[in-house]
Ligand binder design. Sequence first.
Ligand SMILES: [Mg+2]
Length: 224
Amino acid sequence: MIAVFDLDDTLYEELTFVRSGFKAVAGYISDRYNISAGHTLSYMMQRLEKGREQIFDDMLTEFGLLSKTNVRKCVSLYRGHKPDISLYREAADCLDRLACVPVYIVTDGHKIVQKNKLLALGLYERVKFCFVTYQYGIKYSKPSPYCFHKICAKEKTTPDKVVYVGDNPRKDFVGIKPYGFKTIRVLTGQYREVQMGKEYEAHLKVSSLAEVNLELLRQFTGEH
Ligand SMILES: [Mg+2]
């Protein structure tokens, strides 16, 4: 039996990463232009309600600092900063409970950003291997089953022995269910209210990782 986890909003709250990145940007603007970090940070947190697209352009415009160089600087600070984030308590406990089985992570997203998160959360020490799908090519990001098949090959096992735990019904389960992978949706983070058709939904929903344990995974994979 193999346990595989998504990262963002499954093992920690992604919004805390976003805020941490905004803080790094606000700190830079404050040092460089003497504009209160509190002002730029609260502008970005409010602007976030409209999505992340162009958020640095809008913040820089608001404070009279818009230039291509400044936008680039903000993006690189955001992506490169050492994030101040931590695992959901339920996630940390769940990983402890599963210490005796092979545990993997499969996550989409910018390579460096995802690696910074995995490092900050201490996950390289806690799991067997972390797949950042973009490293293999964008086409292998979820819902592609590519990295999941790689896990089967590494573990010399079949998809029915692999359980994937994720939060996003738009892409976490639909690509792997047809191959027989088992899926659990955890109702945490920004997609917890999202409802999708049956083929997009996981086999099982749990309200937090507190409900995920060896017994449940054994039942799921038919192992005793
Ligand atoms: Mg996620």
